[in-house]
Design a protein around this ligand. Structure first.
Ligand code: HEM
Length: 499
């Protein structure tokens, strides 16, 4: 008895060791995780994300594999970097990963995530997705804005013609963004609000500021327990921006309600207010929902499409033979005595190939939007717990050397006779995502992008300003919700149609 008493502490320690060892082995076996880089205590892998996280994650995936486990603060994450892995998560396990995580920016700017982009998966998301698909982003509504698009692109062409007659250079990046902002505002609000100052702030700058901080790493999103401390001051900034937006949206809605104008073309405010007032929505739908959706449409559409036009023009300038071939295709159809119309775009197969190739190399939503799992699941024998974040590295998939030959080169001809499209039917090209949470603005984006690009290439030849050689054009990227050119595109337009 005394002997046992003497060894009591050692026995307890041994029992604890056995227990923990057993637990450790058992948990490891039960919770087999995908391979991934070792993280630091507390931070996890956050320190491995630099200024261009899509590039950092692509490098890490080359070492650890296309399904990579990481931890961002306390949040477990899976990073997917190959077409097969993307198909598994976006098709086979689509429903499990159909939710979105808490996002502090979207919480404040999206009326507590009542918007479509960050709304958690469930009946509310299903209803607003259906509403947006059928009432805002349908082919019929897209066509109803055709004349607005013609007029706005016409204004840009006229202003570029004036520059061309002086042989001067333009900052194409600024011009094209302003075209995007104006077209989005006209479609959504019926007016070009972004040109105007609003309570001492230029509205366009407010939108850009919100996009910029939304793309930064917010510790509150990765350490929920310290969210209330707002260590980086982001929540304060989001609340301030949300107030500017809210005041403006209230004013826009009031203007619409009080207006006697019976415009033939209804903008998004008209459409959503009609739905709200008719009570046809079949779910809670008040001004907060209207404002959340309006803001969502503005932020999603404003820069994304035009950043793609900017990347495509950059590639065409770097590849003069491709530019000539595209100009010839358009000229064969339209001639060079008149401006092209949207109806001329049908059957421009080389234009489609150029757009695909540009979106392969420069998908502006490089990491898509984060998904979150709704339940525990086992994928490829890996145990992934509920609330695991899913990041699809769209940028890495577009450059995957296992599925693309010469992946870093711009070669539209690779799509000749190929069935790969932009709808995601083949997971090697998914710039708009795939599945339940894929981009509902795809048709609108493609219509605008093809029209603007075809018009600019048909009307002008393009030279780089300051005698920069095409092969020396800086193609570096700035990561964001929309990943765009790091350096402005400065060009000299040369008008090429008959006067
Ligand atoms: C070049 C243009 C665009 C690209 C490359 C793009 C790409 C994407 C991607 C990758 C996603 C995330 C998919 C996912 O989570 O799996 C997305 C979501 C979304 N996009 Fe786009 N997009 C573009 C333009 C637009 C436009 C013009 C609109 C609307 C006016 C729009 C509205 C949305 C919305 C609302 C979502 C969230 C859908 C949901 O969560 O259910 N996008 N987009």
């Amino acid at each position: 008895m005394i002997i046992i008493w003497q060894y009591w502490p050692a026995l307890i320690s041994a029992a604890f060791c056995c227990y923990f060892l057993h637990e450790l082995l058992w948990i490891k076996k039960r919770r087999r995780l995908p391979p991934g880089p070792k993280g630091l205590p507390i931070l996890g892998n956050l320190h491995q994300l630099g200024k261009n996280p899509h590039q950092d994650l692509c490098k890490l995936a080359k070492k650890h594999g296309p399904i990579m486990h990481m931890k961002f603060g306390t949040v477990p994450a899976i990073v997917v970097s190959s077409p097969e892995a993307a198909e598994k998560f976006l098709k086979t396990y689509d429903q499990v990963f159909a939710s979105r995580p808490h996002h502090e920016g979207s919480w404040h700017l999206g009326y507590e995530q009542r918007n479509l982009t960050f709304s958690p998966y469930g009946p509310y998301w299903r209803k607003i997705r259906q509403l947006c698909n059928s009432h805002l982003l349908s082919n019929k509504i897209i066509s109803s804005f055709e004349s607005m698009r013609r007029a706005e692109v016409g204004l840009l062409v006229e202003s570029l013609k004036r520059v061309a007659s002086d042989g001067a250079a333009v900052d194409f990046s600024t011009d094209i963004r302003s075209l995007g902002a104006n077209m989005s505002c006209l479609m959504i609000f019926g007016k070009k609000y972004l040109d105007k100052d609003f309570k001492d702030k230029r509205f366009g700058n407010v939108v850009r500021e919100s996009l910029e901080i939304s793309a930064l790493i917010n510790l509150g999103d990765y350490f929920p327990l310290v969210r209330v401390l707002d260590l980086q001051g982001f929540t304060r900034r989001f609340k301030k921006i949300a107030k500017v937006y809210d005041d403006l949206l209230e004013k826009i809605i009031d203007d619409h309600v009080n207006s006697q104008d019976q415009n033939e073309t209804k903008d998004f405010v008209d459409i959503l207010m009609d739905i709200m007032e008719s009570g046809k929505s079949e779910f809670d739908f008040d001004r907060r929902h209207v404002k959340a959706i309006l803001l969502d449409m503005l932020i999603a559409s404003m820069d994304s499409t035009m950043a793609t036009v900017e990347w495509t023009l950059s590639e065409l300038i770097r590849h003069p033979q491709t530019m000539k071939k595209l100009q010839k295709e358009i000229e064969d159809k339209v001639g060079n005595a008149r401006i092209l119309e949207e109806s001329d775009l049908e059957g421009l197969v080389y234009l489609d190939m150029v757009v695909k190739e540009s979106m392969r190399l420069h998908p502006v939503a490089t990491l898509g939007l984060p998904h979150e799992s709704l339940e525990d699941c086992i994928v490829d024998g890996f145990h992934l717990e509920k609330r695991t974040r899913l990041i699809i590295n769209i940028w890495a998939i577009g450059r995957d050397p296992c599925v693309w030959t010469d992946p870093e080169s711009f070669i539209p001809e690779r799509f000749l006779g190929s069935s790969v499209d932009l709808q995601g039917h083949d997971f090697k090209l998914i710039p708009f995502g795939f599945g339940r949470r894929s981009c509902p603005g795809l048709q609108l984006a493609l219509t605008v992008m093809r029209f603007v690009l075809a018009q600019l290439v048909h009307c002008f030849d393009w030279k780089l300003a300051d005698n920069v050689e095409p092969s020396h054009l800086d193609m570096s990227e700035t990561f964001g919700i929309v990943t765009s050119r790091a350096k402005s595109l400065k060009v000299v337009p040369i008008y090429r149609l008959q006067k």
